[in-house]
Design a protein. Structure first.
Length: 422
């Protein structure tokens, strides 16, 4: 959002873009989604107690420090659990503090990830006025959404979410739809995509669900398989591609296209290093990533150490650098420039040292490569640039009879490329 800011002296320059992911209610939620990764997390330090809410003192300190991380633009992401449990007055105070602590001409971006169930027209008026960008969870038609996304008593939620989304559209609130792809709905990619588009939703995100049972150490029964996710991505890409004229936004596809255009990867999972944001818990505790909120990755607390210092802390730097540690199968893969070894949270989850979704991404990148090249060239031509001078990423796609880059010794088609386009 753009706000009118009071005048203050400019903060020091920060060498990288920094953003904050804030959990004002920690993992508290008004739903009990069976696949939620906050359930039964033995490493989560915030499982104790039934209610977690950010205090006025912590909020004031957070906004004060957060507005000073970058002179031109301050970025705040509000997440949970369910952040709207903190109430509308809490977010009114967020905006008041941003206006009080900001700099003349400074831009402020607020994102809010929510299940949407507590939103009403008062919320919508506020969100529209201050240009919050919402992410609202909807897993497709009711038979898929309500399979896992229920109230604590098991009642369904899809109808209510749809009502809220229609209300937000009527009130001209900006929102994306976030769909969790799990074992139950992963085989129905085209149906889910078509349903979301038919509802008039133009900005879509698809998030793979992969969790480990803390008791057994095995992949949970609601997690999708790599083969399912690869099939899902390919099927949805073909629908989205639309003969070279996509009509809606799919976050991961557009992020990949940006790389083909020679732009920096816009998503952290496709970047060489982690470390572009920090997670701030309700009490001011800081961690390097929401998927790694655990004692051994505790960075510090904003009530004791400024955020600017915490961005440069040893724990933060070590965590950021770890993503770039080369894995042999990734270094041998021609798709490395696209995924940059993928999100670390999926490495080793199945008891192997490999990225759990590697086969899915290899299949997808191989399947979609020519389509991305065509989209890239069309975009460059329409903007007066010569596609002949565009970067070729990657230069040598994997052939089906080539050795698999995972190092198994088998051909790609018999290993990670199983099911890839012929």
């Amino acid at each position: 959002m753009i706000q009118s800011m009071d005048r203050h002296s400019a903060p020091p320059t920060i060498d990288r873009a920094r953003s904050l992911l804030i959990k004002p209610a920690s993992g508290d939620c008004n739903l009990h989604c069976r696949y939620c990764f906050y359930h039964d997390r033995p490493t989560d330090p915030y499982k104790q107690g039934r209610r977690h809410r950010m205090s006025p003192e912590v909020l004031d300190t957070l906004i004060h420090q957060g507005m000073r991380l970058q002179r031109d633009n301050a970025t705040f992401g509000w997440q949970g659990g369910e952040p709207t449990l903190c109430g509308l007055d809490f977010f009114r105070e967020v905006v008041r503090l941003q206006q009080a602590y900001g700099y003349d001409g400074q831009s402020v971006s607020n994102g809010l990830q929510t299940n949407g169930l507590l939103l009403n027209r008062d919320w919508a008026a506020f969100l529209r006025e201050y240009h919050f960008l919402l992410g609202v969870s909807l897993d497709g038609p009711a038979r898929y959404h309500d399979h896992y996304r229920t109230y604590a008593n098991g009642d369904p939620t899809q109808e209510r979410v749809l009502d809220v989304l229609r209300m937000l559209a009527e009130e001209h609130v900006e929102f994306n739809v976030l769909t969790v792809i799990n074992r139950f709905n992963a085989d129905h990619g085209v149906e889910i995509y078509d349903y979301l588009v038919e509802q008039g939703f133009d900005f879509l995100q698809f998030i793979p669900c992969v969790e480990v049972d803390p008791a057994s150490g095995a992949i949970t029964d609601f997690s999708l398989s790599p083969e399912q996710f690869g099939d899902f991505l390919c099927a949805v890409f073909d629908r989205w591609y639309n003969g070279g004229s996509p009509e809606v936004s799919v976050r991961d596809f557009e992020a990949t296209l940006a790389i083909y255009l020679g732009q920096p990867a816009p998503l952290c999972c496709y970047q060489e290093r982690c470390g572009g944001y920090l997670v701030v818990e309700y009490n001011g505790d800081v961690y390097p990533c929401d998927f790694f909120v655990r004692d051994d990755l505790y960075v510090g607390n904003i009530m004791e150490t400024p955020l600017e210092t915490l961005f440069h802390a040893e724990v933060t730097r070590h965590f950021a650098d770890a993503k770039a540690d080369p894995r042999p199968e990734c270094q041998a893969c021609p798709w490395l420039p696209l995924c940059m070894q993928g999100c670390p949270r999926f490495v080793g989850v199945d008891g192997t040292p490999h990225h759990y979704l590697c086969r899915a991404y290899q299949r997808f990148f191989s399947h979609a490569h020519e389509g991305f090249l065509a989209l890239r060239d069309r975009w460059l031509f329409s903007n007066g640039m010569d596609p002949r001078y565009a970067p070729r990423i990657p230069a040598q796609p994997i052939g089906r009879n080539d050795p698999c880059p995972c190092g198994s010794g088998r051909k790609y088609k018999a290993c990670c490329g199983r099911g890839a386009a012929r």
